[in-house]
Design a protein around this ligand. Structure first.
Ligand code: CA
Length: 227
């Protein structure tokens, strides 16, 4: 299946050149010309990799990277201008997978993309079941919930429910979906079971951060909302 690359770049010439070259090489592409659009496209197309410029209108590359990392571990390659060494360092620290300095050769871009994608797919198998948000760590391997730096005793089903919701931020799940996917098809409970667990989770998570919350979607179900 063709891999999708999201190109977030406000310089039209560069974006177009990348798009044409990558499509010729068999990639599917999406292009965003400012940071806000970049985040929006990221959520819509679920790309396999993101090429992310730093200087962008509305929201810069760091802001976009931060939003992406709140939601996913999708590989990100930063496009930096010549000599922005400190940017490279902080980019890698903030969770970028690689960087390419402008002006670049298309061949180099392709080689970096392939290397990063290879690394990402290799990592997938041993990927830790751990999600990190502002003041929140949900670790399903150790069944630990860390809220604002403190470990909070949480029963396994609550952990699994929270992990499930937070794995797909902003996606709305119905109570029946959650029963099926978290408790399993042969569970003889009713949808109030979900409500009770969400209520207990809320007591632990209420007001911890303004960047995420466990939301009720009236008449539908629940979602882990990330802003
Ligand atoms: Ca730019």
């Amino acid at each position: 299946m063709a891999k999708t690359v999201l190109i977030v770049e406000d310089e039209q010439n560069i974006a177009e050149l990348l798009r044409m070259y990558l499509e010729k090489e068999g990639y599917t592409t999406a292009v965003a010309s400012d940071g806000a659009q970049g985040v929006e496209q990221f959520r819509r197309v679920h790309p396999d990799l993101v090429l992310l410029d730093i200087m962008l209108p509305i929201l810069d590359g760091w802001g976009v990277l931060q939003k992406i990392r709140q939601e996913a571990q999708t590989p990100v390659i930063m496009l930096t201008a010549k000599g922005e060494t400190s940017d490279k360092v902080s980019g890698l620290k903030q969770g970028a997978d690689d960087y390419i300095t402008k002006p670049f050769e298309m061949k180099e871009v392709l080689a970096r993309i392939e290397a990063v994608l290879r690394r990402a797919s290799g990592d997938d198998k041993s990927k830790a079941r751990r999600l990190t948000f502002d003041k929140l760590i949900i670790d399903l391997d150790s069944f630990e919930l860390i809220v604002d730096g403190k470990r909070v005793e949480t029963p396994p089903k609550e952990m699994e429910l929270l992990y499930h919701l937070a794995s797909s931020p902003n996606r709305v799940y119905t109570r029946n979906q959650l029963l099926d996917e978290v408790w399993g098809f042969d569970y003889f409970g009713d949808s109030r079971t979900v409500d009770v667990h969400v209520k207990r989770l809320r007591e632990k998570l209420e007001g911890v951060s303004d960047q995420w919350s466990l939301k009720t979607v009236w008449g539908v179900g629940y979602k882990f909302e990330v802003v």
